[in-house]
Design a protein around this ligand. Structure first.
Ligand code: NAP
Ligand code: MG
Length: 475
């Protein structure tokens, strides 16, 4: 059992002031793998006091000192690789190969890339008749979701440390143990006491208090739009800055000169990766009507190459969804798609044969979807794809942008001018052309209801800073 009912406050693991606990469940086995504390407001207040106390000294550390801290964290993190991979597999249900190659690695990359971004980051600059200084925003509250237990947490922590901002983190209560290993990593790396604090508990108690606490100056949140809205409302009372990363319904536009098999592979990889629990996943494949039959055949042909099942097996690429609630949500959307009259191409309701234990979902692809259907408008967060056909490029772009979201967009095809035209026209924060590689220096974040602000690299550091103009002096 991984039980640890303590919080990490002011450099030490401390008992909670309450006695309530939360069970953490392995979604592949439905078994309890450990307990954490369901923290109290008093626990959170203690962590804020610690963060506030270290703020004056931590915010004045030099760039070099912060780079050293980030490097020390990366090096301690590497030492915990096997354990992190195991924990992510257990608490998220992520297949072990993905836990290593995606989750473990993303967590590591944020520390090393932010260290690199920090090296060339300009905190003070002379602009003729004034000086611009970028200063630590203050104490930051971090609230993270369960879908990327290391990535979501480490992008925020790395940026905060780079900016000299002490933090209080509340990780998702479904996947807290990877974050707790990170706390041990940070402790080992010798980060000043109070600069990093972790308080476990529910969103309604700890998360809510983070967004209302008068001594927290900035809240960086990743999760659902519903909770994002609450955080904005709560933060308004003390005019706290908020950064929100809130998911999407991203389009994949397939051009008429694209290789149909490659395009199908791209579409399938998006819904199978992390069992579709990816905020930036392409969940609407927008394809030329002339390609429809071939694309559907290619989808049916490609799907079996993504093996799903027991996350402990190294050849498995897709595991269960994270929880019973998430399983039920995904089922309700599959039912909705059927009721709305979309054509079920593969998958459907219920658990896959032989996978009755665990929150396994049948990878499901709907075709003949029209963009006004609920399955094309709402974020499902499971392995469900909608195929939508278009007649001409302008129609494809209208469909792509007809959404309240704007986190990411994807385009595949051959003609360079058309690729570039489409990349410029999709209203979203990150566009990927022909499966371009992930870049940890590129900003990540959304237009419209996908959020406010950017994470990763130098743009991530900016979020944890205030801008000051000094007039009448030059440096
Ligand atoms: P969520 O409810 O928004 O939770 C995200 C985080 O916020 C968790 O740490 C959660 O705590 C906390 N929280 C919950 N209520 C809160 C409140 N009133 N005030 C402050 N913090 C609060 O997201 P979820 O339950 O994990 O997933 C639900 C849906 O959100 C998904 O189906 C998906 O559509 C979306 N989602 C998006 C992303 C993304 O990357 N953009 C990631 C995950 C989920 P506890 O859960 O521990 O109580
Ligand atoms: Mg929730």
């Amino acid at each position: 059992m991984r039980t640890n009912v303590k919080h990490f406050i002011n450099g030490d693991w401390v008992e909670s002031t309450g006695t309530d606990t939360i069970d953490v469940i392995n979604p592949a086995t439905e078994e309890v793998i450990g307990k954490i504390s369901s923290g109290t407001e008093e626990d959170l207040n203690k962590a804020v006091v610690a963060a506030k106390a270290v703020l004056p000294s931590f915010s004045e550390t030099t760039k070099e000192e912060r780079i050293d801290m980030l490097k020390a964290i990366a090096s301690e993190y590497e030492k915990r690789k096997d354990e992190l991979v195991e924990v992510i597999t257990e608490e998220l249900g992520s297949p072990v190969t993905m836990s290593e190659k995606v989750h473990y690695q993303m967590g590591y990359n944020h520390f090393t890339h932010v260290a690199k971004a920090l090296k060339s980051f300009v905190f003070e600059e002379n602009r003729g008749n004034h000086i611009i200084r970028k200063e630590t925003i203050g104490v930051s509250g971090l609230i993270t979701p369960w879908n990327f237990p290391t990535n979501q947490v480490s992008t925020k922590i790395a940026s905060a440390i780079a900016a000299g901002s002490p933090v209080v983190l509340k990780p998702a209560s479904r996947t807290p143990f990877a974050a707790m290993i990170l706390a041990e990593v940070i402790q080992k790396a010798g980060i000043p006491k109070g600069a990093f604090n972790l308080v476990n508990g529910t969103g309604s108690i700890i998360g809510n208090r983070i967004s209302t606490h008068p001594d927290i100056d900035f809240v960086s949140f990743t999760g659902s739009g519903k909770v994002g809205e609450k955080i904005m409302k709560n933060s308004a009372k003390t005019i706290k800055k908020v950064a929100l990363e809130l998911g999407g319904k991203s389009p994949l536009i397939v051009l008429d000169d694209a290789d149909v098999n490659e395009a199908a592979k791209t579409a399938i990889s998006h819904i199978m990766m992390n069992t579709g629990q990816v905020c930036s996943a392409a969940t609407r494949a927008i394809i030329p009507v002339t390609m429809k039959n071939d694309f559907e055949e290619a989808i049916k042909h490609t799907l079996p190459s993504f093996k799903y099942g027991d996350p402990k097996k190294t050849d498995v690429k897709t595991g269960p969804v994270v929880s019973k609630e998430q399983w039920e949500t995904v089922q309700s959307y599959i039912k909705k798609g059927i009721d709305e009259g979309a054509t079920l191409l593969v998958g459907g309701l219920g658990k896959p044969k032989g996978m009755e234990t665990g929150y396994f979902v049948k990878p499901t692809v709907f075709t003949d979807v029209s963009n006004d259907m609920v399955i094309a408008q709402e974020e499902i967060f499971g392995p469900v794809l909608s195929i939508i056909a278009y007649n001409d490029l302008e129609e494809a772009l209208n469909i792509a942008n007809d959404t309240v979201y704007g986190l990411a967009g994807y385009v595949v095809g051959k003609n360079k001018d058309t690729l570039s035209y489409v990349a410029n026209k999709i209203k979203a924060g990150q566009i990927t052309v022909n499966n371009g590689k992930i870049d940890f220096m590129a900003p990540f974040g959304g237009y419209k209801q996908s959020g406010i602000g950017r994470e990763w690299g130098d743009f991530g550091i900016e979020e944890f800073l205030e801008i000051k103009a000094i007039l009448g002096m030059s440096s």
